[in-house]
Ligand binder design. Structure first.
Ligand code: NDP
Ligand code: HSE
Length: 442
């Protein structure tokens, strides 16, 4: 059989990784897919640079629209990134009757509904394994491997850049800016790295996973997002002392009143496997009612790990190319007419344990005032750490201030917020309260 013809949009980190892996393993891939898979055309901005990577056997140009309109191509791989040009190209490719493989989580989290509808209307597939957790086949696991389960929750380290930064800071004492520059040099970071640092990239990914896990539409606009830029080194240190590690987690959880969809720095008990995922590695913990907890671990970013997922999608699409569209696995695991309207909960309705750090005047009764407020709010304390006062004022004398760190049992966020407002009003509390969420992951 003739090889299936692929057009590649973009030849950057992911595009060039895909080109390389597909060529290196082409014989194995052909045996698995049942026919060859050949990239015959590439579109980029810098044609000379792309020719140097791809050689002369492939047609290289700088008109991505001409590529998606090329009748000789069966599959378009989109590795351009962003949500403007990429959306136009993907929709045009689908309307032209071509299957699409994409690594673009931003595009799917924001425009997934429109894109999947366009694919269904044309009877073609959109495959996106590379969009979540790089080389880890988490989409396949959620959509197919765990399909018997009612999925209860997902918690994952799904951004390699931030996990790399947190690891470098904690293990090697590297400062934030240097660690970020290294992540960029290694090809982990997004074109705009604020997407990584501020938790937006992780929110794109957890939005996609929540849709597949719970059978709801993509609702990125309702996700709660907090990144790592506001995290203080002192909290990483205190967390360690209390037996926790701080990770940027993406969490999707079925609750009584709706779905929790959130990304934020989270304290995890340091004995948990997830707490020990370091560097650019990703890990996703999925809890299903039948299977219990399952854990998926691997490289979440970079050229070849991501290419591993893109090429797997190419093989899948090639195998199913001639299958009846009715018999393909639905894009979001659930049949499109069976999606539910379960709401995404606002962050104030989320249940969590909390880490609170307070700077207080080291005077009698301060702790009693604080614990009284928490008790009145129905919040119970799990652990408490009071640091000795070592800080000094401008004259070099002890300033009589100290840090108190409180760990609470699980409570609803609006209650903790109300208690913090009262605590900050105490004359003995000298700075704003630092609040971090905690997950036992048990
Ligand atoms: P890069 O910036 O490395 O590559 C982007 C490519 O797109 C470049 O080859 C660039 O061309 C091309 N491109 C950009 N604009 C145009 C245009 N107007 N016309 C033609 N070509 C264009 O990005 P990445 O490979 O890192 O990321 C690509 C996608 O994959 C993104 O959606 C990202 O979120 C996702 N992703 C990235 C991962 C990673 O580890 N990097 C992992 C998982 C997903 P030129 O080279 O000429 O500038
Ligand atoms: N910027 C992303 C990350 C790339 O750091 O995880 C992989 O999606």
């Amino acid at each position: 059989m003739e090889p299936i013809k692929v057009g590649l949009l973009g030849l950057g980190t992911v595009g060039s990784g895909t080109f390389k892996v597909l060529n290196r393993n082409q014989e194995e891939i052909r045996r698995r897919a049942g026919r060859g898979i050949e990239i015959t055309r590439i579109a980029v901005r810098n044609v000379a640079r792309a020719r140097a990577i791809a050689g002369n056997a492939v047609e290289v140009g700088n008109d991505p629209f001409a590529l998606v309109d090329d009748p000789a191509l069966d599959i378009i791989v989109e590795t351009v990134g962003g949500t403007g040009l990429a959306r136009e190209l993907v929709l045009r490719a689908l309307r032209n009757g071509k299957h699409v493989v994409t690594a673009n989580k931003a595009l799917l989290a924001l425009h997934g509904t429109e894109i999947f509808e366009a694919a269904s209307a044309s009877g073609v597939m959109v495959a996106f394994e590379a969009a979540v957790a790089g080389g880890i086949p988490i989409i396949k696991a959620l959509r197919e491997g765990l399909t018997a389960n009612r999925i209860e929750w997902i918690a994952g380290i799904i951004n390699g850049t931030t996990n790399f930064i947190l690891s470098e800071m904690r293990e090697r004492g590297v400062d934030f800016a240097t660690a970020l520059a290294d992540a960029q040099r290694l090809g982990y970071a997004e074109a705009d790295p604020t997407f990584d640092i501020e938790g937006v990239d992780a929110a794109h990914k957890v939005t996609i996973m929540s849709a597949i896990a719970f059978g709801v539409p993509m609702q990125f606009e309702h996700a709660y997002i907090e990144g790592i830029s506001g995290l203080h080194a002192v909290d990483i240190k205190y967390a360690e002392e209390l037996g926790y590690r701080i990770k940027l987690l993406g969490i999707a959880r079925r609750a009584e009143q709706g779905i929790e969809l959130r990304v934020h720095p989270t304290l995890i008990p340091s004995k948990r496997l997830l707490a020990n995922v370091e560097g650019a590695m990703n890990a996703v913990l999925v809890h299903g009612d039948a299977v219990g907890a399952t854990l998926y671990y691997g490289k979440g970013a970079g050229a070849e790990p991501t290419a591993s997922a893109v090429v797997a999608d190419l093989v899948d699409v090639t195998r199913l190319h001639t299958a009846d569209p009715e018999h393909r696995v639905p894009h979001l695991a659930f049949q499109p007419d069976s999606l539910s309207s379960t709401p995404i909960l606002p962050i104030t309705e989320v249940h969590s344990g909390y880490y609170l750090r307070l700077r207080v005047a080291d005077v009698t009764g301060v702790l009693a005032d604080i614990t009284k407020i928490l008790a009145q709010g129905g919040i119970s304390i799990d652990a408490l750490l009071q640091k000795e006062s070592h800080t000094v004022n401008q004259q070099g004398r002890p300033d009589g201030e100290t840090d108190i760190i409180l760990i609470t049992h699980v409570t609803v966020e609006k209650n903790i917020n109300a208690a913090i407002t009262q605590i900050e009003a105490l004359s003995t509390v000298v700075s704003t309260v630092v609040k971090l969420r905690m997950e036992a992951l048990s």
